[in-house]
Design a protein around this ligand. Structure first.
Ligand code: 5GP
Ligand code: MG
Ligand code: MG
Length: 176
């Protein structure tokens, strides 16, 4: 695989994002909601930088599809989510690709009575965007390539890599 974003760049950007969050929210209490499973590693790193009173929760979004192909059915599971009613909520996801996942998630958090909803993504692929929505905070914009690591998977593998990498053809084929 080919490393696209090394660990030191990830760490530096996460620290910058936490500064941006402090500028936006100050000391205001915040609910940070991670979209599982891709945001797992980012969540763990990001929340340790945040010093405002913080509630941390997770929800799950699963889209039924393969690698980087067409969008499929999206299923949201809010069973593990803390109450967001009257909360200022920051939704954290791994990547904004077509944007359909985040669009659905934000709508659903709003419908659950959040006072405000903003979004933060580690990665964004501008060439792929299909919805009229921009994340409020973006770590890195990347080209339209399928990436893994730092939470992102291929067939549930590679989430533990401490960097973001582009898979080679043979690595995709090996687990297809
Ligand atoms: P969207 O709904 O924005 O098209 O897709 C978002 C979801 O698709 C992400 O949360 C992630 O699970 C998956 N996804 C999109 N692009 C990539 C990619 O390059 N690598 C990986 N591992 N997952 C991706
Ligand atoms: Mg996802
Ligand atoms: Mg995945």
């Amino acid at each position: 695989m080919q490393i696209l974003i090394p660990p030191n760049k990830l760490a530096a950007r996460v620290a910058e994002l936490s500064d941006e969050l402090r500028e936006t929210y100050g000391d205001q209490p915040l609910t940070v909601l991670g979209v599982m499973t891709g945001s797992l590693v980012l969540m763990a790193d990001l929340i340790r930088h945040l010093e405002m009173p913080l509630k941390v929760g997770v929800m799950q979004a699963r889209s039924y599809r393969g690698t980087a192909t067409s969008a499929g059915e999206l299923a949201l599971n809010l069973d593990m989510m803390p109450s967001v009613a009257n909360q200022d909520v920051l939704v954290v996801d791994d990547i904004f690709d077509t944007g359909r996942t985040l669009d659905r998630v934000l709508t659903s958090i709003q419908a659950n009575g959040a006072r405000s909803v903003r979004s933060l993504v580690l990665l964004s692929k501008p060439d792929r965007h299909e919805v009229d929505l921009q994340p409020d905070f973006t770590g890195f914009t990347i080209p339209n390539q399928f990436v893994v690591g730092y939470g992102l998977d291929y067939q549930d593998l590679y989430r533990n890599l401490p960097f973001v990498a582009v898979l080679e053809e043979h690595e995709i084929a090996a687990h297809a």
